[in-house]
Design a protein around this ligand. Structure first.
Ligand code: HEM
Length: 81
């Protein structure tokens, strides 16, 4: 939802452990998807777009991870698997 709350099967991103935890875990979920429900975004949007949306999620609503994700971090993980 626009305020970061979840809805039905879609988990809240506000207060989420992923969005407030290790950047690597967050990048992994967005790149490769999870549980056959969250879609994978690798190759669908650019590494820079993935970095930007993750940075937004980590620093919006109640989330205060305080980091800025770089496209190079996404690229490094994208080339691993
Ligand atoms: C670029 C767009 C998207 C981003 C950045 C994104 C990000 C995330 C993140 C960070 C999580 C983990 C939340 C947590 O567990 O705390 C998540 C989970 C999830 N997302 Fe997305 N999401 C996106 C688009 C979508 C779309 C389009 C769908 C469905 C059509 C979707 C469906 C889901 C579902 C169902 C989960 C829960 C997966 C599970 O069972 O663990 N997401 N998403």
């Amino acid at each position: 939802m626009p305020n970061g709350e979840g809805n039905g099967p879609f988990p809240a991103l506000a207060g989420s452990k992923v969005a407030n935890g290790l950047a690597e875990e967050h990048i992994n979920v967005v790149l490769y998807g999870r549980n056959n429900t969250m879609p994978a975004w690798k190759g669908v949007i650019t590494d820079a777009e993935i970095a930007a949306v993750i940075t937004y999620e980590r620093n919006s609503w109640s989330n205060k991870a305080g980091d800025v994700i770089q496209p190079a971090q996404v690229a490094a993980m994208s080339n691993q698997q």
